[in-house]
Design a protein. Structure first.
Length: 131
């Protein structure tokens, strides 16, 4: 199956377990891999025949900016659901907390999930996230 990678989607949000994370907020980065049949687009050269990742970027940013979750695992799942509803076969979502509030820790924390479209989700020929 073909795939498209979209990396480095950044947005400021209020997601975190600690009260200060919910009040002060922080930056998050999201990387997506979407599996979508690209044969038709490769032949037609038309945006309607492919996965329009522009709308995915905007939708992910909007979700981070507006939703409140305690765990980035929940954020990753919400992003996966959103992307799968646009008709892709499968999505891999990596959510990175760029500055985790852990004493003496300068690293990053990431959650990486992969989800497949269930038969109950509608399938579309192109992508339109509607945001």
């Amino acid at each position: 199956m073909d795939s498209i990678q979209v990396t480095g989607i950044r947005a400021f949000g209020y997601i975190g377990l600690l009260p200060e994370e919910q009040v002060l907020g922080q930056w998050f980065e999201v990387d997506l891999t979407v599996w979508f049949d690209l044969v038709k687009a490769g032949e037609s050269d038309r945006i309607e025949d492919t996965y329009d990742y522009r709308s995915a970027v905007l939708a992910v940013q909007q979700l981070i900016k507006t939703e409140r979750f305690a765990l980035i695992e929940k954020l990753a799942g919400a992003i996966a659901t959103l992307i799968l509803e646009s008709g892709v076969e499968q999505v891999r979502v990596r959510v990175t907390k760029l500055a985790a509030p852990i004493p003496d820790f300068d690293g990053k924390i990431s959650v990486d999930i992969t989800r497949r479209r269930s038969t109950s989700l509608p399938c579309s020929t192109g992508s339109s996230l509607g945001i």
